[in-house]
Ligand binder design. Structure first.
Ligand code: LLP
Length: 422
């Protein structure tokens, strides 16, 4: 069952026509399908049902508190990388006992906030970070639970910008040095070592990188146990890819079967940090065609969503399917779909065969639920767009469109300017 579907030539999200929401809320807007998110989460969760596990949704993929609250209600935890993400997660009602904190650059204030919130564990990425967390925990008279994020040096075979588990990447601690680091960590009295973690990259469409990483982690766990360090959590990170165009990533069930098979004797709670696979194909960006024009034989469709709203095409050359919200005719042309931003790199699609859109038409940029709104900015002083969640035959605005006032919120003109300008 596809929750974005055509009925009488119109695109619907669940039981609501997309054009109706666009008319009510305005464009551009992000639109998410509740039932799709629910299904994606459940497929993942049920696949691991035979073993103890926690699914910690990666907040960076989509941080709207309504989405986080929904996933928390389904038993999910979260993977965070900043104090801001922790704030959102707690506000959304996520159980702190299901929050893991990753990231190479955690600040002292963020570490303290996480310790005070009693999160499940820090995924520590350097020796210095270990010492800082230990010091913070000591000051707070608490113990901080930690795992080391090891860098297993496997090639995830994905886009270089989103590959993280290779030796040359900044992430994690070299797996070959990790046994020594664990012994060091054991000497720090305010730390409680509980896990081993890795995250090798994102949009991974093959099984083998995950399995290579997993085998290295399970070996490490066995070695650590020999050293008397008891590991209770094995966190394999996120990274499972989705279909944007013709990719055929492993299905979560297939992924789970292999992982369960290889961790049978390891006696750990498995932790996963999926982002994209839960939310990517559960969201679209709806935009209106402002103008069309032809220059040097090239067609441009100029729409009201730009790279500030969805940066993935400009930043990574990512492919997002473009579909009409109302199918009008079979007449197609080749065009670039571009935004209003003053940069040549501002495009949503290039050299794409698309319906012959006209001014006023609505189009849907598909698979935009992950790393869409979260990577949006106010560049060119454009208010960030509205986010809407559809469930069955109703829709809910889960983030209102920003106003011009929101854009300048927090800015201040120094008082002495009055004299200068007046
Ligand atoms: N855990 C950690 C530590 C991560 O760094 C990430 C993503 C995830 C989990 C979630 O990965 P996922 O399941 O979503 O693949 N902006 C890029 C993606 C960057 C991913 C960064 N880390 C994009 O738009 O493709």
């Amino acid at each position: 069952m596809n929750y974005f579907h055509y009925k009488d030539s119109e695109l619907w999200c669940e039981e609501v026509p997309v054009s109706m929401i666009a008319r009510d809320v305005g464009t551009p807007l992000y639109l998410y399908s509740y039932r799709t998110i629910e299904r994606h989460f459940n497929v993942f969760d049920e696949a691991f049902a035979p073993v103890p596990h926690i699914i910690c949704f990666s907040v960076k993929a989509n941080s709207n508190i309504a989405i986080l609250s929904m996933l928390a209600g389904m038993g999910g935890g979260v993977d965070i990388v900043s104090g801001g993400e922790l704030y959102r997660a707690l506000l959304a009602g996520v159980n702190p006992g299901k929050i893991v904190y990753s990231g190479v650059g955690k600040r002292v204030d963020e570490i303290r906030y996480a310790i005070e919130s009693d999160i499940l564990m820090f995924n520590v990425e350097s020796e210095q970070e270990l010492e800082v967390i230990n010091a913070c925990a000591g000051e707070l008279r608490r113990k901080a639970r930690i795992s080391l994020r090891v860098n297993p040096d496997v090639d995830p075979m994905t886009h270089p910008h989103i590959s993280t588990g290779l030796k040359e990447n900044k992430f994690g601690i070299d797996i070959n040095k990790s046994r020594y680091q664990y012994r060091r960590a054991r000497e720090l009295e305010h730390l409680d070592i509980v896990g081993v973690d890795c995250h090798i990259g994102s949009q991974i469409t093959e099984m083998s990188p995950f399995l290579d990483a997993l085998d290295r982690l399970t070996n490490l766990i066995r070695c650590l146990r020999k050293d008397g360090i008891d590991i209770r959590y094995l966190d394999l990170g996120g990274g499972l890819g989705i279909t944007y165009k013709e990719e055929t990533p492993p299905h979560p069930t297939e992924y789970a079967e292999e992982i369960i098979r290889r961790t049978k004797d390891i006696d750990c709670t498995l932790v996963f940090e999926p982002g994209r696979v839960v939310i990517g194909n559960a969201g679209i960006l709806v935009s209106e065609v402002l103008y069309t024009k032809v220059s040097s034989e090239k067609h441009f469709v100029i729409v009201d969503a730009g790279m500030n709203d969805l940066i993935r095409p400009s930043l990574y050359g990512s492919y997002h399917a473009i579909q009409p919200v109302v199918e009008k005719s079979d007449d197609h042309f080749d065009a670039d779909i571009v935004g209003p931003i003053c940069e040549s790199g501002d495009y949503l699609a290039r050299k794409r065969t698309i319906p012959r859109f006209e001014r006023g038409d609505l189009l849907a940029v598909m698979s935009a639920g992950a790393y869409g709104f979260t990577m949006a900015s106010n560049y060119n002083s454009r208010p960030r767009v509205a986010e809407v969640l559809v469930k069955d035959d109703r829709y809910y605005v889960i983030r209102r469109r920003e106003t011009y006032g929101d854009i300048v919120k927090g800015e201040a003109i120094p008082s002495f300017f009055a004299g200068v300008n007046g």
